[in-house]
Design a protein around this ligand. Sequence first.
Ligand code: NAD
Length: 494
Amino acid sequence: MSDPGLVPYDPERRMLIDGTLVEAASGKTFDNINPATEEVLGDVADADAEDMRRAIAAARRAFDETSWKTDHAFRARCLIQLQDAIQGELEQFRSELVAEVGTPVMVTSIAQLEAPLADAFAWPAKHIEEFQWERELPKAAPFGVPSRRFVWKEALGVVGSIVPWNYPFEVTANKLAQVLATGNTTVLKPAPDTPWNATRLGRLILERTDIPAGVVNVVTSSDHLVGEELTLDPRVDMISFTGSTVTGKRIMEKGAATLKRVFLELGGKSAMIVLDDADFASVVPSGMSVCMHAGQGCSMQTRMLLPRSRYEEGVELITAAMKQVPYGDPTDPNNMMGPVISAKQRARIEGYIQKGVDEGAKLVVGGGRPAHLPKGWFIEPTLFVDVDNSMTIAREEIFGPVLTVIPYDDDEDAIRIANDSEYGLSGGIFSASNERAMAMARRLRVGSLGVNGGVWYSADSPYGGYKASGVGRQNGIEGFETYLETKAVAIIDN
Ligand code: NAD
């Protein structure tokens, strides 16, 4: 049953470049496809390198020639205007996201739309006022020269904001708000699979805010290499990227020639550690949350670590839970899982499932395409047990509704397994003792951690990865400073 709250929407097909909504210079477009039906929803401008260079030029000019970078109060006002404008079209955003992302309508009430909208703009807008943009150091006489010394925080310049398809609005909101709050200008490059939420934002920025022309530009393209222009162009100072680790490495490499600053939020293979004293009946079934939005989230806890002493009991509980995951039509408000984004992603996930079987893991739930959903890129909620942490399905990011269960001997062994990963993004620990769980939390090499169900996500909380899960932080004070330069100034004290 389709959610009666979903509304008709009027997608924006054009890009925002230099304060105007434009087609691609070539006139080309590409199709936007609904992953739940495989039907074409409509189209959008298909930019080439020339369009991208025009957008970069506009962002550069807006940074260099306007007072955007220095007018704090104006920026705060613009951010609130933007939040209000989005709020005014909340239902159009929701319906459009469900259609182009294939995200369940249920997920739009949480991380896909409403949670980031609640404070992604408001928090940085407020932080503009609270932030210490300038401070004075103690008086000193370096090299015998009496001096008054100051530290000024300034905007970095032009930021290339590159966004993936899994949580496109959430990632865009968290990038854009911080990039703008700190006085930068930007070219926003959405993933080819999910362009309309970004073009809608572009239209709102133009029509409903005072954000000056060129401060935000939105470039849609079917060609990833158009995004790569951002990493190569010397007029771009920084890349803020969320997506795969492979692409993150390439961005770092390509950006090295012009010494780009980079913020990279990449993949994960996070562990959910259930300690032997935990309340298994309430904790273990929650592991099925890896199926939320078909597992297309970087901080999903895709490795469940169960103590050998209670292993059979745990496997029984998670097997039952995985069999009950409500999934299917993303417009049905009861479903927590829709399709994956594309045929290519589904094939990739199926390849991992086959590898799991080939390498000797025990497949106990799912593993195939649901027979009752012949259209759309659906895949069954899938559970592997008796997994060894050296297997491919325990090491690589699958980005699908696949949970692996790994037995461990004792607490030391659980910490060893959890940390034995290329990644270090997130994780969870469950125990009857907060003290025991918090002691373990200090030993995990990850950027965020939920203990006994605590939730760390919000605009004031820094988010990012250790190891191959990324470089830098988004959100919070740390994220705010990611987009700033630091200038030390001394004036003679006479
Ligand atoms: P991707 O990392 O290749 O794409 C993300 C964004 O980067 C898109 O906007 C894309 O157009 C752009 N991009 C791609 N190549 C680029 C380049 N050379 N220079 C500049 N921009 C470039 O992700 P994908 O190929 O769509 O997905 C593949 C895998 O990535 C997934 O299976 C998943 O494992 C992972 N992924 C992770 C996240 C995350 O949040 N960590 C998000 C999406 C995908």
